[in-house]
Design a protein around this ligand. Structure first.
Ligand code: GDP
Length: 295
């Protein structure tokens, strides 16, 4: 089920509210069932859905709500719980101008990491930060060329190496040079694949120790569904990221898995990627996200 389908199924479920004259327990249960089915079909974790149903039930004590206020109370309880699902209440990192803020990006190959590095650089550059990129992916042939091409197009300075094969050395050197040159934001792109997954996680720890990022961001592809949870938990253990960027929200994405990843790692979504172009990055706000989802 695509995310737009989740939105339309939730909207359908909630629109039943306006069609009914009597809101009783049976009606509340039928709406709850539809809301939960829509979330499950979009790959939101079962336990989260069970929790959401429990919380909504607890908020709607019909005996205490007069009939004329029930529609609004049910709508509010559902809306608030959907927001709570994507809101972990902690603020993502706020970089400061006049100081070198190092941001390390982690995530599996294909998640959209390299693309998002440039998008994020453009986002900060447009807000007056002097921004540069470092390519510390020495595993994938062509990774540096891709970053170089994207960065050049966006006129973002970058650092990388065709000869140095140790990503830790490249990351350290790149960050040091950009710090010396007075960059406010230094974004470090890392590898997304290795011979063994364990090696990838070890590499992330080594790069992190070398560049001491102020913020580590995990890039998560909205279309990976249920796998989002285990993937993000594994990265959390090795990289302890402080924010998530969910990419490909414009596509045919089962966004529910990504929503579950937020809860599993208790980490805020900082941005969402909404296309392949450099400006296709939106700051994430839980309330407006759910408002948009519900149309
Ligand atoms: P990496 O291997 O994680 O560095 O992934 P890339 O940055 O190379 O991206 C993989 C593919 O996903 C590329 O074709 C990107 O253009 C595409 N991509 C990345 N972010 C988005 C997004 O938000 N929306 C869409 N539609 N495509 C994206």
């Amino acid at each position: 089920m695509v995310l737009a389908d989740l939105g339309s199924r939730l909207t359908d479920a909630i629109s039943n509210l306006s069609k009914t004259n009597v809101v009783d327990q049976e009606f509340v249960e039928s709406i709850l069932k539809e809301v939960c089915n829509a979330l499950l079909a979009s790959d939101v974790n079962v336990q989260l859905v069970v929790g959401l149903r429990k919380n909504i039930r607890a908020k709607i004590n019909l005996a205490e709500i007069p009939q004329h206020s029930r529609k609004r109370a049910v709508h509010k309880a559902i809306f608030d719980e959907l927001v709570a699902l994507v809101d972990c209440k902690s603020e993502p990192f706020q970089p400061k101008k006049g100081k070198s803020n190092v941001i390390m990006m982690v995530g599996l190959q294909g998640s959209g990491k390299t693309t998002t590095c440039t998008k994020l650089a453009v986002w900060y550059q447009r807000r007056g930060f002097k921004t540069g990129l470092v390519c510390a992916d020495t595993f994938r042939a062509g990774a540096f060329d891709q970053l170089k091409q994207n960065a050049s197009k966006a006129q973002i300075p970058y650092y990388g190496s065709y000869t140095e094969t140790d990503p830790v050395v490249v990351a350290k050197e790149g960050v040091q040079r950009l710090k010396k040159a007075g960059f406010d934001i230094i974004i470090v792109d890392t590898s997304g694949r290795h011979q063994q997954e364990r090696e990838l996680f070890t590499e992330m720890q080594q790069i992190s120790a070398a560049v001491k990022p102020h913020q580590t961001i995990m890039i998560l592809d909205a279309s990976i569904g249920q796998a989002a949870e285990s993937q993000s938990t594994a990265f959390k253990e090795s990289s302890d990221f402080g924010a998530i960027i969910i990419t490909k929200m414009d596509g045919h994405a089962k966004g529910g898995g990504a929503i579950s990843a937020v809860a599993a790692t208790n980490t805020p979504i900082a941005f969402i990627g909404t296309g392949e172009h450099n400006y296709d990055l939106e700051k994430f706000a839980p309330k407006s996200f759910i408002q948009k989802l519900l149309g």
